[in-house]
Design a protein around this ligand. Structure first.
Ligand SMILES: NC(=O)c1ccc[n+]([C@@H]2O[C@H](COP(=O)([O-])OP(=O)(O)OC[C@H]3O[C@@H](n4cnc5c(N)ncnc54)[C@H](O)[C@@H]3O)[C@@H](O)[C@H]2O)c1
Length: 396
């Protein structure tokens, strides 16, 4: 029986949960299906399984109003007209995308799909997966529309960006496109209609563009730094009142669960002919090793305790997925006498110690993630700050 408007498969995740909350907050009756029983229990008890600014109060509100319910029972997939799929789509340890991740996940709840529903893929998919899912649904003998409407929010901004960013809507059929557009018009008036194949590439191009921009800045940073010049002074100087350089990013450990893996997805899609993408990976992923190699030239690391401040993949976040701070830690554990790590937001790493302890015991500090808490550090120890969170330059 249909008693919900929307069910979100993978709805306890970093993008699934904000989306479920946004729909519920706009008056929809929303169910979540997620295989993580711990996350389901947390959501139903009003606890966010991860930090997302602005989400806690919405979660409390929609639970109290009875508009959100999470379940680990796949039967809930049959309870709503709109079925949105937002499960993770990582690349494996050899950087291969798994084209079957979404079909496999859908296989687990296929028995609960029914005529009249619309299946909306929202994960970032390997190009061609929408067509594969259309085939799978047709094979079930069900009358179900299929759409691909990629998520483009950034973690930490989900609860505003869901209502502000234009929504890309794609479907093979007019009816599918219209139904998906109607659903997302609950969140925003700005809808962009593309074909499924265009939309699949649009999402990957969005992330790859950003990843390559970060890599460009990091490569230029290394170039300047090798000559003893402060990249941040140069960047600010060249961008000052100069409109064509406003989008040049600062240097940093460009990481996280999306940009790297989506660049590898696009490379695989293009038969590994993606020189720019692979170069971007080498530059961005090479940053921790570069920073340590520079520190080695100035300090006797083997006899020092090094403290890493910030283990999340970006400032203000508790998410450590694909964080380069952990690569930095691995390299320093090999090269330095001792390594200490801290982060005010991360809750899943038992090895973290309080900031005060790191500041007291370390001989050298490296900013891993540019949390605001590190802006005004009370320390006389040297600080390697590739992010310029301290505003003292990025020369290392
Ligand atoms: N994290 C981001 O900032 C971001 C932004 C835009 C798009 N995306 C894309 O969104 C998708 C999800 O990313 P995420 O960061 O939210 O991942 P996540 O790992 O945080 O969330 C995925 C959720 O799906 C659940 N899940 C996994 N397999 C399942 C299954 N078979 N059935 C039901 N639930 C299942 C997991 O338990 C988890 O709660 C990815 O394709 C990602 O590329 C992510």
């Amino acid at each position: 029986m249909v008693d919900r408007d929307v069910v979100v498969i993978g709805g306890c995740g970093h993008v699934g949960l904000p989306l479920a909350l946004a729909f519920a907050d706009r008056g929809a009756n929303v169910a979540i299906y997620d295989v993580s029983e711990a996350a389901v229990a947390a959501v139903n008890s009003g606890q966010m399984p991860f930090a997302e600014p602005g989400a806690d109060e919405v979660l409390q509100r929609v639970l109290a109003e009875g508009r959100l319910h999470a379940s680990a029972d796949p039967a809930v997939v049959g309870s709503a007209e709109h079925v949105v799929v937002v499960i993770g789509t990582p690349v494996d340890e050899h950087l291969n995308p798994d084209q079957n991740a979404i079909p496999k996940a859908l296989g687990g709840c296929a028995g609960y799909l029914r005529d009249g529903q619309i299946l909306i893929l929202r994960s970032t998919v390997f190009p061609g997966v929408t067509a594969l899912v259309e085939k799978m649904v047709a094979g079930l003998g069900l009358q179900i529309d299929v759409a691909f409407c990629p998520e483009r929010i950034a973690e930490g901004k989900a609860m505003t960006e869901l209502f502000e960013l234009p929504q890309i809507v794609s479907s093979r059929t007019q009816a599918g496109g219209d139904r998906a557009a109607k659903l997302f018009s609950r969140l925003t008036d700005q809808l962009v209609r593309l074909s499924p194949e265009e939309a699949e590439l649009a999402k990957l191009f969005t992330n790859v563009w950003r990843y390559i921009k970060f890599a460009t800045a990091n490569q230029l940073y290394i170039m300047a730094n090798e000559r003893g010049l402060d990249f941040e002074r140069i960047r600010r100087g060249l961008a000052q009142d100069y409109p064509r350089a406003q989008d040049m990013p600062a240097a940093g450990f460009a990481a996280g669960p999306c940009l790297f893996k989506d660049t590898m997805q696009l490379a695989a899609y293009n038969n590994n002919n993606f020189a720019l993408g692979h170069s971007a990976m080498a530059v961005n992923e090479g940053m921790p090793l570069y920073v340590v190699s520079r520190l080695e030239q100035r300090f006797d690391l083997a006899n020092m305790t090094v403290g890493i401040l910030g283990m999340a993949f970006k400032g203000g976040s508790d998410d450590i997925r694909s964080s380069l701070s952990y690569k930095l830690k691995r390299i320093l554990t090999f090269k330095a006498g001792h390594v200490l790590t801290t982060d005010p937001y991360v809750t899943v790493d038992p090895n973290l110690v309080p900031l005060d302890e790191v500041l007291a015991k370390s001989d050298l500090l490296v900013i891993g993630a540019p949390h605001d808490e590190y802006r005004n550090l009370n320390t006389d120890k040297p600080v390697a700050d590739v992010w310029n969170i301290q505003g003292l330059g990025v020369l290392i």
